[in-house]
Design a protein around this ligand. Structure first.
Ligand SMILES: Cc1ncc(COP(=O)(O)O)c(C=O)c1O
Length: 441
C-alpha cells in the first residue's frame, strides 16, 4: 500500500481490509481497485462535480463513474424522475408508456435508427447486438479492433489491451483473450484488426465477406485514450460493410452523448446499422440500449428468431433517469457549456505540461480525454499508446489525488460533467500544475 503524506485515507484502508474478506479484492468491479494506492478507495457520497470519501476528503471527480455521470452526481432532474416512479410502485418488469416515449425521443437523435431494445449493462448490450446481427445476416464472424473495448462478454472479450509480445504483427493482430475462462474457440469467430488502417480493413472484409456478420467499433476509441477514427477510415468502414452485406455496429456506450446529443461522429454524416448505448444514457443509472434499422431490430423475439429478453429490460426507474437525461442534453446551452469547460481544461493541461517540460499528450474529445504520458503526438491506434509511461502517470495521479483531484490511475479515459464549473476547472489546473512540478523535481 502506498501511504501519501498529506492525505488521510485511514478509513478507506480499514474498510478495504474488511471488504477483502467478503468481496474478491475488496471491490465489486476490478476497475475500482486503485493500483496506484494498492487498495480501493471508499466513498461516502457524490454531489455534482465532487466526491467525498469516508475520511472526509473532497475531490473534484474526473472519473465521473467511468463516464456514466455526465450530468454529475445526484442531478436534481434525475432524482425527481426516479422519485416519481418510486411513488408509482417501482414495477421492475412491465411495459409502460414511459418506455415508448423515451424510445421515440432517443431514436430522433440517432439518424438511421428506427427501433430499439433497452438493456442494462454494456457487456450484455454488445453481446445481444452481435447475436441480433448474426441472426440477421445468417453469418457468425465478427471484426473488432485492437484496443477497443466492448465489455467482458466472451464474444468480444479479446484484445482490449493485449501484451504486445502476444498480439502478433501490427497490421494483422491475433486475438488475445482479455480474461482467463474465455473458451479458446470463441476466437475462431473473431478477427482482430488495427484501427484506422483502411488497407487491412478492405483486405479482410473482402476476404471474409461470406462469413462476417458484423464489424463492431468505438467510433471514438475512448478505451484506448480517446483515439479518433480518421474520416477516411469512417468512410471506408461504412462503404465496405454496406457493399459486402456486413452489419456495422457503433459501440457508443461511452461515446454517445459525449460530443453532442447523439452519436460522437454524427457530424460526419456516417451512420451505422446498429448502435449500442449505455453509461451516460441513464443519467447515472444502469441503463443501456440497442438501436438499429427496423429490419435488423425485428430479428428480436417475439417478432424474429433472435432471443432477446430480460427481467431487467427497461425498468421504469432507469428509463425515467434516461428521460431526465435526454431533457438535459437537448437543452440548447448544454453542449456549448460542456465544450467551454473542455477547451479550458485541455488547453490548460497542455500549457502546464509544455511549461513544466513533462512529456504528456492530452487527447480530448468532447467531455472525455486520454492523458498519455510519454507521448508527444496524436495516437492513431492501440499500438501507438501501448508504450505509455505508466510510472509517470502513477506519480501524477497520486500528486493530483492528495491535492483533491480524482483521476483513476490506468483508466484509459477521464472526463468531466456538466456539473463541473469553470472554477472547478481552474482549481483542477492549479492542482495539476503543482503535481506536474513535483514530477520534474
Ligand atoms: C465502449 C464500451 N462498451 C462496452 C462497455 C461495457 O459496459 P459495462 O461496463 O456497462 O458492462 C464499456 C465500459 O467501459 C465501454 O466503454
Amino acid at each position: 500500500m502506498t501511504a501519501i503524506p498529506d492525505l488521510n485515507l485511514t478509513h478507506s484502508r480499514e474498510l478495504w481490509e474488511r471488504a477483502r474478506q467478503v468481496l474478491p479484492g475488496g471491490v465489486n468491479a476490478s476497475a475500482r481497485y486503485n493500483a496506484a494506492l494498492g487498495h480501493a478507495m471508499f466513498f461516502e457520497r457524490g454531489e455534482g462535480a465532487y466526491l467525498y470519501d469516508v475520511d472526509g476528503n473532497r475531490y473534484i471527480d474526473f472519473l465521473t463513474s467511468h463516464g456514466a455521470s455526465l450530468l454529475g452526481h445526484g442531478h436534481p432532474a434525475v432524482a425527481a424522475a426516479v422519485q416519481e416512479v418510486l411513488s408509482r410502485g417501482v414495477m421492475a418488469a412491465y411495459e409502460t408508456q414511459l418506455q415508448v416515449e423515451v424510445a421515440e425521443r432517443v431514436l430522433k437523435l440517432f439518424p438511421g435508427a428506427e427501433m430499439m431494445r433497452y438493456t442494462c449493462s454494456g457487456t450484455e448490450t454488445t453481446w445481444h447486438a452481435l447475436r441480433i446481427a448474426r441472426a440477421y445476416t445468417g453469418k457468425l464472424g465478427v471484426v473488432k479492433f485492437e484496443g477497443h473495448y466492448h465489455g467482458v462478454n466472451d464474444t468480444v472479450g479479446f484484445s482490449h489491451w493485449p501484451k504486445l509480445a502476444e498480439a502478433g504483427a501490427a497490421d494483422s493482430p491475433v486475438p488475445v483473450p482479455d480474461s482467463a475462462g474465455i473458451p479458446p474457440y470463441a476466437s475462431d469467430l473473431l478477427t482482430i484488426l488495427p484501427f484506422n488502417d483502411v488497407t487491412a480493413l478492405e483486405r479482410t472484409l473482402r476476404a471474409e465477406q461470406d462469413t462476417l456478420a458484423a464489424v463492431i467499433m468505438e467510433p471514438v476509441n475512448y478505451d484506448s485514450c480517446a483515439i479518433r477514427a480518421t474520416p477516411e477510415f469512417l468512410q471506408a468502414v461504412r462503404a465496405l460493410t454496406s457493399e459486402l452485406g456486413i452489419v456495422l455496429i457503433f459501440d457508443e456506450i461511452l461515446s454517445g452523448f459525449r460530443v453532442c446529443a447523439g452519436g460522437a461522429v454524427s457530424a460526419s454524416g456516417i451512420y451505422p446499422d446498429m448502435t449500442c448505448l449505455g453509461k451516460a444514457f441513464g443519467g447515472g443509472l444502469p441503463l443501456s440500449a440497442i438501436l438499429g434499422k427496423r429490419a435488423i431490430m425485428e430479428m428480436c423475439t417475439p417478432v424474429g428468431p433472435a432471443l432477446q429478453s430480460g427481467t431487467y429490460n427497461a425498468p421504469p426507474i432507469l428509463v425515467a433517469g434516461a428521460n431526465a437525461f435526454l431533457r438535459e442534453v437537448t437543452k440548447p446551452d448544454f453542449y456549448p457549456t460542456l465544450d467551454a469547460l473542455g477547451q479550458r481544461l485541455y488547453n490548460g493541461m497542455r500549457e502546464i505540461f509544455a511549461r513544466r517540460g513533462v512529456k504528456a499528450w492530452v487527447q480530448g474529445v468532447g467531455a472525455r480525454f486520454g492523458l498519455l504520458f510519454g507521448l508527444d503526438s496524436e495516437p492513431r491506434n492501440y499500438r501507438d499508446i501501448a508504450g505509455q509511461d505508466w510510472e509517470l502517470a502513477r506519480r501524477f495521479h497520486l500528486g493530483c489525488l492528495k491535492r483533491g483531484v480524482y483521476l483513476m490511475y490506468k483508466s484509459p479515459h477521464h472526463g468531466y460533467s456538466i456539473a463541473h464549473s469553470l472554477a472547478d476547472i481552474e482549481e483542477t489546473l492549479d492542482v495539476m500544475d503543482s503535481a506536474a512540478a513535483e514530477l520534474v523535481q
